[in-house]
Write a protein that binds this ligand. Structure first.
Ligand SMILES: Cc1cc2nc3c(=O)[nH]c(=O)nc-3n(C[C@H](O)[C@H](O)[C@H](O)COP(=O)(O)OP(=O)(O)OC[C@H]3O[C@@H](n4cnc5c(N)ncnc54)[C@H](O)[C@@H]3O)c2cc1C
Length: 415
């Protein structure tokens, strides 16, 4: 890791934000010989309860970017199967993740802070400059753009023809360039907790459990070595269910389900990080770019985490922007193909998230009927629903265009 302060002169690209999206792009551009300076606000990555499971279509993009090997070398765990359970019914489905994208063996699961650090280290090794602990990143627009910032060790300034905003949901780059996001309010909330102590539990599959009685959706993503990232999604009315000092205890107790053979191990697991809850809202924009600026990952709009698409979205964004930058893109119009593809991609993942939330946890008097309707259609591989759900794993572009409307969503809500 380099930590250069002072006047840095000029560089080809400044990336603000060294999360999974920004650090992957930094690595890919630096590997192609582009001069990259990465400004990251934290000095050390912490567990902020973020995505730790990348679906097959994201893994394919990670491979294209060259970062799949970085993540595997950092200890990423591959889960080739996804098992579904329903309280009261037992195991209801088993989906081979290895069948989603040719050559991709399964879902890639890795502790988020470990992933970010490995990606930044790889970017620096490939020739990028990384500055940690940056504050007050300020942009002065022109061609080139002037970028200034502070760190605990001093101030820095540099110029660049292109600034990438990879600085997450509350992006300062987005705000300073005057781009705004459309927003769909949350119908669900999702809490997450990292746990240890699952050494005697089979870790070759990820798990989804629907629990209609207590209005919960439980997700477990194994990371190997007895560690797993667990999430509990619930309706808006349950948003404070796992908050406060007793939140972690209530979270683990809520994992007690009779349909999952080893749920007692989960209830007894050791918390390995904070328990935090986020709203399942959804944001997007048709034009995540301006002259000299392009946004990627959550900064360009995020999907409801209930369907865990954010890492894959960030990977595709980084890959698409890398390709355009290598072709010389830096003016707004140069990024229009990226914006058009992204807005349709986000529309599709938003629909999938809406369907999953409506069927499993959205506050409603007919929740049991919704879940039953959804479960029956999935078991029958219904041609109007099943391909939509497979888009979660294989990529939103695999969904036939004629299915991308709210027909099924309305049917679920009216069940
Ligand atoms: C509860 C929850 C569960 C999720 N589960 C999944 C899942 O299972 N699978 C999945 O694929 N996705 C999941 N996601 C989504 C996923 O975590 C995000 O979409 C992904 O982390 C976005 O990556 P990013 O790099 O765009 O942004 P971020 O991860 O937000 O990274 C932004 C980076 O920019 C830095 N930064 C911010 N502001 C500044 C600034 N002003 N100056 C410098 N640096 C700055 C931050 O420190 C951070 O390192 C989940 C999200 C949540 C909230």
């Amino acid at each position: 890791m380099t930590g250069t302060e002072g006047h840095l002169g000029s560089t080809d690209v400044v990336i603000v934000g060294g999360g999974v999206g920004g650090a992957s792009l930094a690595y890919a551009l630096a590997s192609a010989g582009v001069g990259v300076t990465l400004l990251e606000g934290t000095v050390e990555y912490e567990d902020r309860v973020r995505g730790e499971s990348m679906h097959a279509w994201g893994v394919a993009e990670a491979r294209e970017l060259g970062v799949e090997d970085v993540l595997l070398a950092a200890g990423a765990h591959v889960a080739p199967v996804w098992k579904q359970y329903a309280e009261g019914l037992g195991q209801t489905g088993e989906i081979p993740m290895s069948a989603m994208v040719p050559g991709v063996e399964g879902t890639l699961n890795l502790h988020h802070p470990t992933a970010c650090q490995a990606l930044v280290d790889a970017a620096v090794e490939a020739g990028a400059t990384a500055v940690r602990g940056t504050r007050d990143v300020k942009l002065r627009f022109g061609d080139p753009i002037s970028v200034s910032y502070r760190t605990p060790r001093g101030e820095g300034a540099l110029t660049s023809p292109l600034v990438v905003g990879a600085d997450g949901r509350n992006s300062t780059v987005r705000r300073q360039v005057g781009l705004t996001l459309d927003r769909q309010p949350a119908v669900s909330h999702i809490a997450g907790l990292l746990v240890d102590g699952l050494g005697d539990v089979p870790d070759d599959h990820d798990v989804m459990v629907t629990i209609a009685g207590s209005n919960l959706l439980l997700l477990v993503f194994h990371q190997g070595g007895g560690r797993a990232r667990t999430y509990l999604a619930t309706g808006v009315e349950g948003r404070s269910r796992f908050a406060g000092r007793e939140g972690t205890r209530r979270f683990l107790e809520a994992c007690a389900v009779s349909c999952l053979p080893w749920s007692d191990r989960l209830v007894a697991a050791e918390p390995a990080g904070p328990c935090a809850t986020y709203p399942g809202d959804d944001t997007w924009t048709e034009a995540p770019y301006a002259d000299g600026v392009v946004l990627i990952g959550d900064a360009a709009g995020h999907n409801d985490p209930i369907v865990g698409q954010g890492l894959s979205i960030a990977m595709r964004d980084a890959r698409a922007v890398r390709d355009l930058v290598l072709d010389g893109a830096h003016r707004a119009g140069d990024f229009s193909s990226y914006g058009a593809e992204r807005v349709e991609r986000m529309r599709r993942v938003r629909l999938i998230a809406d369907i999953v939330a409506a069927a499993t946890v959205e506050d409603a008097a007919n929740r049991g009927a919704r879940l039953g309707f959804f479960g029956e259609k999935m078991a029958a591989m219904d041609p109007e629903l099943f391909p939509l759900m497979m888009g979660l794993f294989a990529g939103p572009e695999t969904i036939p265009a004629e299915l991308v409307d709210d027909r099924i969503l309305v049917q679920i809500r009216n069940a």
